[in-house]
Design a protein around this ligand. Structure first.
Ligand code: HEM
Length: 428
């Protein structure tokens, strides 16, 4: 699996210096990033060295195997274009702008401050003087782009719709909020700085202009990049280490087996891409915070302190689901989150989780709206995410403390090379 690249030369340059020094525009950045060196990551936030520029180009889109950055800006977008050629132009423009942004360049030919004074600047400017901060921009295509009851086969793509790419079935306990489901295209912008991630989505939407409209958005966060000396597995807002038994993205065999789509999975244009499951999961933190430690640990099947399985050992010890307590009951409750989600209990199924914590303003009743913005990448949504989520939604002890409020599925196509665009294997 090719890894994302970290550009050592552009790394130290800010948006303004790079543009000024070499006169590069969005068009010219391709060669700057294509020459990037490779960076290794292990899939856990906070465990990498500080990042600057990661290459936008490559066999796979960046932002999937990339170790999670500190901030997420996610947008599910509907496109207003009506022809295949207009959709191609939109994806070309978004690709060019995304490549510029990830190289710490402003969007457009004149950027934020070099255009005519009597025109609105092409770039909004809040990322001037800032480095790329590990910005990755990942695009995905939702099922409605291929066919939808209201809009039919708008772009002549229905026969290319991957078999598993459809709106998720409803799961037990779903509390989905109208307006926070699906989307034609998703933009996952992640960076080690919130302003840079926001700037990316804001300016991509300006590039799209009247050709696209935001359907719903969400921000998310992980441990600050400045805390990189802390190398333990990050904790979620329930206070548990989250990511212990995630796929390690440098494990190419696991990435090939579970994450990167193959032609045999039903859509040859998706080779080198992956399928994204998005679920916003609200945490009922008042109830959780009042629950006793023993209950909290039983819910997950792991120790809150170390993340070790309740069957013993250290964080990375394999859980022993057969181990019995003196009472004769399994030490790890079969309905605990880990017992239900572990591959041993699921015919070997694994997913690459790339979740972020989120914290919105309190809701209208004054209750906290915080939780996990769950995202996972996999080869096959039905066999992996849907199978797991069905199992969890029916049985997970965690369900008492969570509510799924937003949901979407996307096909994230393979990456592209300079001069190409994201989606070319589908749309060309
Ligand atoms: C708010 C919701 C959730 C929370 C707080 C949460 C938290 C956790 C924690 C603490 C672990 C144990 C440590 C680890 O291996 O990462 C874990 C494991 C896992 N979770 Fe979740 N999770 C949530 C939702 C989900 C969902 C929706 C799925 C998939 C449908 C999922 C799939 C998994 C998987 C596959 C594992 C690894 C199990 C193993 O191999 O041991 N989780 N989760």
């Amino acid at each position: 699996m090719p890894k994302d690249s970290g550009s050592s030369s552009s790394a130290q340059l800010t948006r303004r210096t790079l543009l000024g020094a070499v006169g590069l525009s969005a068009v010219g950045i391709a060669s700057a990033t294509a020459a990037s060196a490779h960076e290794h990551h292990d899939g856990r936030a906070g465990s990498g060295r500080p990042r600057s520029g990661l290459s936008f180009y490559g066999r796979n889109q960046a932002g999937i195997a990339t170790a999670p950055q500190a901030h997420l800006q996610f947008a599910a977008v509907d496109t207003k274009v009506t022809s295949r050629s207009a959709l191609i132009k939109l994806m070309r423009d978004l690709t060019l702008a995304a490549a510029a942004l990830t190289a710490a360049l402003p969007v457009g030919q004149t950027g934020a401050v070099n255009g005519p004074p009597d025109l609105a600047p092409e770039d909004s400017g809040e990322a001037l003087d800032l480095p790329a901060a590990g910005l990755t921009i990942t695009f995905g295509f939702g099922p409605a782009l291929f066919s939808s009851p209201g809009k039919g086969d708008r772009f002549g793509l229905a026969d290319r719709q991957p078999p598993g790419l459809r709106q998720f079935p409803s799961f037990k306990g779903d509390a989905l909020v109208a307006g926070r489901i699906g989307g034609d295209i998703c933009i996952q912008a992640c960076a080690d700085d919130a302003q840079i991630a926001m700037h990316a989505v804001r300016n991509l939407m300006r590039v799209a202009g009247s050709r696209a409209r935001v359907r719903w958005t969400q921000t998310g966060f992980n441990r600050a990049a400045a805390l990189q000396q802390v190398t333990t597995t990050p904790r979620n807002l329930f206070g548990f280490r989250d990511g212990t038994n995630n796929i390690i993205t440098s494990d190419q065999a696991a990435m090939d087996e579970f994450v990167w789509a193959k032609a045999a999975d039903g859509a040859s244009w998706m080779v080198g891409g992956s399928y994204l499951a998005v679920r916003q999961i609200r945490m009922l933190i008042k109830d959780w915070d009042d629950s006793v430690l023993e209950e909290q640990e039983d819910v997950f099947g792991r120790k809150k302190s170390t993340g070790a399985p309740l069957s013993g050992g250290i964080e990375f010890t394999k859980p022993d689901f057969a181990k019995l307590a003196p009472s004769g009951k399994p030490v790890i409750d079969p309905k605990s989150h880990v017992a239900l989600a572990h591959p041993e209990q699921n015919g070997g199924v694994r997913i690459l989780r790339r979740a972020f914590n989120y914290a919105n303003s309190d809701d209208a009743k004054g209750a906290a709206d915080v939780g996990l913005f769950f995202m996972s990448y996999q080869r096959d949504l039905d066999r992996q995410f849907v199978a797991l989520q069905r199992q969890l939604s029916e049985n997970d002890l965690l369900n008492e403390y969570i509510q799924h409020t937003a949901s979407a599925a996307f096909a994230t196509p393979p990456g592209t090379t300079p001069g190409g665009y994201i989606g070319e294997t589908l749309l060309a």
